[in-house]
Design a protein around this ligand. Structure first.
Ligand SMILES: Cc1ncc(COP(=O)(O)O)c(C=O)c1O
Length: 371
């Protein structure tokens, strides 16, 4: 079976975990400190707060930004439900926005129409790894006094203009779950240039304790401490950070192989009649998912691919259609149309040329059979 995604992990990651085992300090410690420093250097960002997953990063960022009941957050409906659950976990209300057909990112004109006096945050999602129109997001935010919390779970290492995602904006959240461009096994981080919020996030990630971060970074604990705020257990462990450090060192290799596969897909699929592509600049983007639009019987194609041993996926069910969020009569026309047609093809750094050709051949066979 060719899966939709798979982590690229091996001996180096294993040796890094072994080293952590040998120290006996498995929880938050010096590896987390090192990973955070490496993230800042790589992203050219001021500060990084590493946490246990991307959902935790989003929640922590929104919570530390002061979001609470009665506040509204502009968010695209086409995202993993984690983006939306992080909002509702603070008590705030997600206000679902439509997307742009050309890159499946938030449609800022639609977002503008949904502003109210209660709107506090815009949460753009860099879908597939392709950055949103951040100039437009920055303008909209400054004109309306909004904070920007970026969901960059898909976009680790992607460039917007001359800088990587995470080096501008208020708070940028990454995920390092098993299938992301780089993984920690499980992990996430909030990156920001705002020093005032860093200390609060450090406290909130570990039960509101005031001085735990510094002592833990030296693989020790302080026995005298105070609790200053409502906190959570969201910190990253040394085991996960050690994996992340190796993956970050391998970033170029991991990103470039994804770009190579995406280019091969673009070439192989460009002449198809029932499938259209959603182009991206693979030199500047860390592509997380390769999504095509299938203009006829998408679900039949999924079944066809499965019979040939090829996994495909649908990313994602639009959040505004879930029972928990549904409001009668609420529609997002572009999102709903795209959802019916979208199909995610296998894409992972260790994917071989042979596997890529197998996927292209199967799609060609299906497309020919339809003519
Ligand atoms: C867009 C988006 N946001 C947030 C998350 C949450 O990340 P995590 O799985 O690390 O909690 C994901 C994970 O897949 C995601 O795709």
């Amino acid at each position: 079976m060719i899966p939709v995604s798979r982590p690229s992990i091996g001996e180096r990651e294993l040796r890094a975990v072994e080293r952590v085992f040998s120290t006996g300090w498995l929880g938050m410690g010096s590896e987390v400190d090192r990973f955070e420093h490496m993230l800042c250097q790589f992203l050219e960002a001021g500060h990084a707060v590493a946490v246990c997953n991307g959902t935790g990063a989003l929640f922590l960022a929104l919570h530390a930004a002061g979001l609470g009941p009665g506040d509204e957050v502009l968010v695209p409906s086409l995202t993993y439900v984690a983006s939306v659950q992080a909002i509702t976990a603070t008590g705030a209300v997600p206000v679902f926005c439509d997307i742009r057909e050309e890159d499946l990112n938030i449609d800022l004109e639609d977002a503008k129409r949904r502003l109210t006096p209660r709107t506090r945050v815009i949460l753009p999602v860099h879908f597939r790894g392709v950055p949103c129109d951040m100039d437009g997001v920055l303008d909209l935010a400054s004109e309306n006094g909004l904070r920007i919390v970026e969901d960059a779970a898909h976009a680790f290492g992607s460039f917007y203009g001359e800088r990587r995602v995470g080096s501008f904006g208020d708070l940028t959240c990454f995920s390092f779950d098993p299938i992301k461009v780089i993984t920690c096994g499980e992990g996430g981080a909030v990156v920001t240039s705002d020093p005032a919020i860093v200390e609060l996030m450090q406290q909130k990630r570990i039960l509101g304790i005031d001085r735990d971060t510094l002592s833990r970074y030296r693989n020790s604990r302080s026995w005298v401490y105070d609790v200053l705020t409502q906190g959570y257990r969201l910190h990253m462990s040394n085991i996960n950070a050690a994996i992340g450090i190796v993956q970050l060192e391998r970033f170029d290799e991991l990103r470039e192989s994804r770009s190579r596969i995406a280019r091969a897909y673009d070439r192989g699929l460009s002449g198809m009649r029932r499938i259209s592509l959603i182009p991206a600049d693979y030199d500047r983007v860390s592509l997380f998912m390769y999504i095509v639009r299938v203009h006829e019987d998408r679900d039949g194609l999924m079944e066809f691919m499965k019979e040939r041993g090829i996994g495909t996926g649908i990313h994602y069910i639009p959040a505004h259609t879930f029972s928990f969020y549904r409001r009668s009569g609420f529609r997002l026309p572009v999102t709903e149309r795209v959802y019916e047609e979208m199909l995610t093809l296998p894409l992972y750094s260790d994917m071989t040329e042979k596997e890529t050709l197998t996927v292209i051949d199967a799609l060609e066979e299906w497309d020919r059979g339809r003519v």
